[in-house]
Design a protein around this ligand. Structure first.
Ligand SMILES: [Zn+2]
Length: 314
């Protein structure tokens, strides 16, 4: 064998070995995506699963991304027979990652055809609400700046409005109102004051009929700051019929609602920490006087899903 052909053979072997190694690595990195051989372009590519449209990536880039710990945000269309647990298993992420990124409080509430958005690593998808810097966002959420950069493959420190960031290993709240074992964590009192009307059936103060009161009323004077009972994302901030000025926060497995506010201090999409001021007490909507109407909802953000907030207050 001539010197030239030996070199050629060596380089071919090296190429085969490298490609094979990448495929092996991809597999060892826990990939459930499908490695395919693109015969036309003579290269191995990876079919990324769970995407609406077929998405391919070069095997080399794929391995690089997996090794760096980077994640991506994907949209998954629920197939018949899927459960949130099976989807989570398939993507090697936690069930809660799917739940809180899709504002689902009950893991049994998904149906075929529904679209779910989640990152391929455990974390919270945060949409940057104003031009910012990584350092600022990392500080706000108390997450490691290096892992934010790594996970999101960021090259610049600047973040533009609308950028979707994965905050790795971060969940909207550690407040799981009803955990699997049945144990409960407490909420913070949103205002301090006496409960003037309890949860349950009562004579409606304005309508004068027996009706179900879906929250508790806490008496406080107009302008008293209303605090977030737990950390979470603002999913509603605005006027809502009899509720008046209302804030709804989403937590890991639940929602809290604050009604009849005088002023709303936070906007939809914003993140608030436990104890942060979100509004002030008022009497907007159907209210006889200034008070906070406070609701806790589990198993979905619907008025029929309320539970007695007193069970979760210290
Ligand atoms: Zn009320």
């Amino acid at each position: 064998m001539g010197k030239l052909s030996a070199m050629l053979l060596a380089s071919i072997l090296a190429a085969i070995f490298t490609v094979g190694l990448d495929a092996q690595k991809a597999e060892s990195l826990g990939s459930l995506d499908v490695v395919i051989l693109d015969k036309k372009n003579r290269e191995e590519r990876v079919l990324i699963r769970g995407q609406e449209q077929k998405t391919y990536m070069s095997l080399h880039d794929y391995v690089k991304q997996k090794e760096s710990g980077a994640g991506e945000i994907i949209e998954y269309k629920v197939k018949s027979g899927d459960s949130i647990s099976s989807i989570a298993r398939e993507h090697k992420i936690e069930v809660s990652t799917i739940l809180y990124n899709n504002r689902i409080a009950n893991k049994h509430l998904i149906k075929p055809g529904q679209k779910l958005t989640f990152p391929t690593v455990n974390g919270y998808i945060y949409t940057v609400s104003e031009d910012s810097h990584i350092a600022k966002v990392a500080k706000q959420f108390n997450v490691d700046i290096e892992s934010v950069i790594r996970t999101n493959n960021l090259e610049s420190d600047k973040l533009e409005v609308g950028t979707k960031l994965i905050l790795p290993e971060f969940s909207p709240s550690s407040t799981r109102l009803v955990s699997r074992g049945g144990s409960r964590e407490t909420l913070k009192w949103p205002v301090s004051g006496a409960i003037t009307s309890s949860y349950g059936y009562r004579m409606h103060p304005i309508r004068k009929v027996n009706s179900f009161h879906r929250g508790i009323d806490i008496g406080a004077s107009r302008g008293t700051p209303i605090l977030a009972a737990a950390s979470g994302e603002v999913v509603y901030s605005g006027y809502r019929n009899s509720y008046g000025n209302t804030i709804i926060l989403q937590h890991e497995d639940s929602f809290t609602l604050y009604a009849h506010a005088h002023q709303l201090k936070v906007e939809k999409g914003q993140w608030v920490n436990r104890g942060e001021v979100i509004a002030t007490v008022g009497s907007t909507g159907m209210a006889t006087g200034p008070h906070l109407h406070f609701e806790v909802r589990i198993d979905g953000n619907r008025s029929e899903n309320t539970v007695d907030p007193k069970k979760f207050l210290p």
